[in-house]
Design a protein around this ligand. Structure first.
Ligand code: SAM
Ligand code: SF4
Ligand code: FES
Length: 354
């Protein structure tokens, strides 16, 4: 397989015109031959917007007092799981603001365990509930979660501290250590970054791609940064790349990553659809193979505004399901139902180890 240097990656990320078209075509060809023109789904449950952190970019941050705080009831979570099964979504992703109190961590374990039980083990479960201790990650793994998504946000430490407060609970080393712990416990680990952040350069993004490769992650979820008015990074919103440039850069990141790690799962983030109506289709055509349709009860969606103008906030899950089917068909992709959709990179590695 071709080895990519940092300078190769920078060249790809700077591609314009014919070079840009060639990159998109190559990435789509690689996806087609390595995993096929197929899409796997993760029904997304935005469990709670209560968060102990204050990331400078995120609307769910603790100090944004304009949100009404919520947490789904157990029944609401189980209804989402039942809906996922009914719609043929093979996997769930439970995402939440970060909390590390015992009441929360035990509740997540209980929910995971019960979802596994009521689905006879058929639903795959991805968690994305931030940084936790090794014991908690282990407890959740043993309860039945087998994938974990924790974006590094940026792999450059100096940039990390421009987008987070520099204190004990926003620690770059802890985030890295959390990823290592998740990998050591046997999770299929996903990470990712935001694209088009203030102060971010193409060199930073090339380092991010090399970081994903070095960690050998099974999944990457990355999307454009979307400034939120109630957050500290809003002050730079006129200084970041414009919408078209951010979208193109996101697509180039996806396509380059597909060349670098042909068999991994790559998410077509909902944030893409906030920038362009067909943003997720564009991401799929650039090499992404995972979509996360929202299952959160509509009454809570307005309160989980990590960034403004999120797609599908007013749509019912059934509508999204039909809509997605049509959208993927229109770009010659097939949605695979009732399967976990594990990363081929991960399953092949496992079969070598065992
Ligand atoms: N609290 C968990 C965490 O931070 O890992 C999971 C939920 S968090 C809302 C999920 C992701 O949303 C973050 O990893 C971040 O990359 C993304 N996000 C937050 N604010 C954003 C923004 N303004 N634009 C784009 N993505 C954003
Ligand atoms: Fe909390 Fe995650 Fe948002 Fe940071 S990105 S404020 S941890 S929800
Ligand atoms: Fe939600 Fe189209 S995917 S309405």
């Amino acid at each position: 397989m071709k080895q990519y240097t940092k300078s190769d990656l920078i060249t790809l990320l700077n591609a314009q015109g014919n070079d840009y078209e060639a990159l998109m075509k190559d990435a789509l060809d690689v996806k087609k031959s390595e995993i096929g023109n197929v899409i796997y789904l993760r029904g997304l449950i935005e469990y709670s917007n209560i968060c102990r952190k204050n990331c400078f970019y995120c609307g769910v941050r603790k100090d944004n007092k304009s949100n009404t705080l919520y947490q789904l009831t157990d029944d609401e979570v189980y209804q989402c799981a039942d809906l996922a099964m009914k719609l043929g979504y093979g996997s769930l992703a439970i995402q939440s603001g970060e909390r590390n109190d015992r009441k929360f961590t035990d509740k997540i374990a209980e929910l995971v365990y019960n979802i596994k039980k009521r689905s006879n083990g058929t639903l795959g479960i991805t968690l994305s509930c931030g940084e936790q201790t090794q014991d908690v990650y282990k407890q959740w793994f043993e309860a039945g979660a087998h994938r974990y998504l924790l974006r590094i946000e940026t792999s450059t430490k100096a940039l990390y501290y421009k987008i987070h407060p520099q204190d004990a609970i926003h620690c770059f080393e802890t985030r890295l250590a959390s990823l290592e712990t998740l990998l050591s416990l046997g999770y299929q680990v996903g990470t990712g970054v935001m694209i088009g952040l203030p102060f971010q350069t193409v060199e930073h993004l090339a380092d991010d791609l090399l970081f994903f490769k070095r960690l050998n992650v099974a999944m990457v979820g990355m999307g454009p940064f979307i400034p939120h008015q109630e957050t500290p990074l809003w002050q730079y919103h006129t200084q970041i790349p414009d919408v078209e440039t951010r979208m193109q850069l996101t697509l180039k990141m996806i396509a380059t990553l597909r060349l670098l790690m042909p068999k991994i799962n790559i998410v077509a983030a909902t944030a893409n659809q906030t920038l362009y109506e067909d943003g997720r289709e564009q991401a799929v055509l650039a090499g992404a193979n995972i979509i996360m349709p929202n299952l959160t009860p509509n009454k809570y969606r307005e309160q989980y505004l990590i960034y403004p103008d999120k797609a599908c906030v007013g749509d019912k899950p059934m509508q999204c399901s039909f809509c997605l089917m049509g959208r993927m068909k229109s770009i010659n992709h097939r949605i695979v139902y009732n399967q976990w959709g594990d990363s081929k990179a991960f399953t092949e590695q496992e079969s070598i180890i065992h």
